[in-house]
Design a protein around this ligand. Structure first.
Ligand code: GLY
Length: 428
């Protein structure tokens, strides 16, 4: 089987790694790929936004299956374009990808179909935004409607912070056209959980639970990032809550999308707040979370090529996925300055020493090569992951591995999983 994976981050390295582990005979390509994915297959120098170029490559090389990592090509309609060429691809159509590419679409969809989520106001006017935030009472949440690389959400706790956030949207216009419409929502209290399912248009195959840590600093200090660490299981979800998430969120969403004439196939990711009133959807994504994928795929005991091909063909033909017992963790090693401008270019040492440790796997998220050395080029640079018998062991192993890796501008959180372990909970 010839498989093309699209993307170049840690998530895509994890997908390629799993394909190598579970379907070793696969002829694997990754566009544009990274020094990490090159350990598993051939890089193809085509940008993720070049839908025409990717389609031409897949057709010329007789690619049997394409798997899309990031949201951008999905929002640009890569699935529709590939299907028009008769190419098999696992992911949502452009219309279905609006669940992520338009927060307004997602909110209206959820309200229409009874998927639990907070109230909201949408506006392009500063005064309306201010009075909505005041009506919901602070803290409130301001969100860009469109794609903003995980950075389009601002939480404001005081009138001064509200004015500063309104400046970001209406004066600085930091998010460009993605921020032309702003959603204002009440802040929902609780603990965040990521719940991800593979969908074939009709059915949801749930993955294990996971939890990511979005703020840059320990104890959730500082701005949001794409995610600074994750673990699976989330460790804070009861069996009853799992059933509620599956029926009220995942299955209701897939049924609603089908009823609206835009059936959802691909990866459905619900970012949830486990609130005192039950799970509330904060946002949908239409792809695997990064870094949640790195933790989850370490535990997935399935052939991903068979699985994604069946999903692309519209029928998984089963209702469950196998995950290893135990737990996994993923730590993000970033360049100092992230989530702002951060690209030190420092040479990285210790990757192989980390990999030599029990249970540890290292994925490349933002690296390059210079004079034969791996260098730190991105904001998020490496993912040090580990499996273990439980969360405590997998986190300890990941931190042990991360300590072996060094470059001058290395930055990471030191508290991933601490709050969950502190609860003493051993839940899903
Ligand atoms: N880790 C959050 C995301 O992938 O959007």
């Amino acid at each position: 089987m010839r498989v093309l994976v699209i993307g170049n981050g840690g998530r895509e390295h994890a997908i390629c790694w799993l394909i190598r582990q579970r379907a070793p005979a696969t002829e694997l390509y990754c566009a544009p790929g990274s020094p990490g994915t090159e350990e598993c297959g051939e890089s193809v120098a085509i940008d993720v936004s070049d839908i025409e170029g990717l389609g031409r490559f897949a057709a010329e090389r007789d690619i049997d299956l394409t798997v899309v990592g990031p949201e951008l090509p999905l929002s640009l309609g890569i699935v529709d374009a590939f299907r028009e060429r008769g190419l098999r691809i696992f992911g949502p159509s452009r219309a279905a990808a609006r669940l992520e590419s338009s927060k307004v679409f997602a909110k209206e969809f959820m309200h229409r179909h009874g998927v639990p989520t907070s109230d909201f106001v949408v506006t392009d006017d500063r005064d309306t935004a201010r009075s909505a935030a005041e009506r919901f009472r602070l803290p409130a949440v301001l969100k860009a409607d469109g794609l903003a690389a995980g950075k389009g959400v601002l939480i404001v706790s005081s009138p001064e912070e509200l004015e500063a956030a309104l400046d970001v949207f209406f004066v600085d216009r930091r998010f460009g056209s993605a921020g032309a419409r702003v959603l204002i929502e009440p802040f929902v209290l609780g603990e965040e959980v990521s719940f991800i399912g593979f969908c074939d248009g009709r059915r949801v195959l749930p993955l294990a639970t996971s939890k990511d840590y979005k703020r840059i600093g320990d104890d959730d200090a500082g701005p949001n990032t794409g995610g600074m660490g994750a673990h699976s299981p989330a460790g804070i979800v009861t069996g009853e809550q799992l059933d509620e998430i599956m029926t009220d969120v995942m299955e209701r969403t897939v049924a609603g999308m089908a009823a609206d004439g835009t059936p959802f196939s691909g990866v459905l990711y619900a970012g949830l707040m486990m609130s005192p009133d039950g799970p509330q959807v904060l946002e949908f994504n239409v792809r695997l979370g990064d870094p949640e994928a790195q933790a989850l795929l370490l535990r997935l005991e399935e052939d991903p090529v068979d699985l994604f091909a069946a999903g692309a063909d519209g029928d998984f033909g089963r209702s469950e996925l196998a995950f290893s017992s135990g737990a996994s963790a993923c730590l993000v090693l970033a360049n100092q300055g992230y989530p702002g401008k951060a690209a030190s270019g420092d040479a990285i040492g210790g990757i192989e020493a980390a990999r030599a440790r029990e249970g540890v796997v290292v994925f490349h998220a933002g690296t390059g090569r210079r004079d034969g050395q791996v260098i730190a080029t991105g904001g998020r640079v490496l993912n040090v992951c580990a499996v273990g018998d439980d969360l405590s062991q997998s986190l300890a192993r990941a931190y042990g591995g991360a300590a072996r890796i060094h470059w001058p501008a290395k930055a990471m959180r030191s508290d991933i999983g601490r709050r969950v372990l502190g609860t003493g909970a051993v839940l899903s």
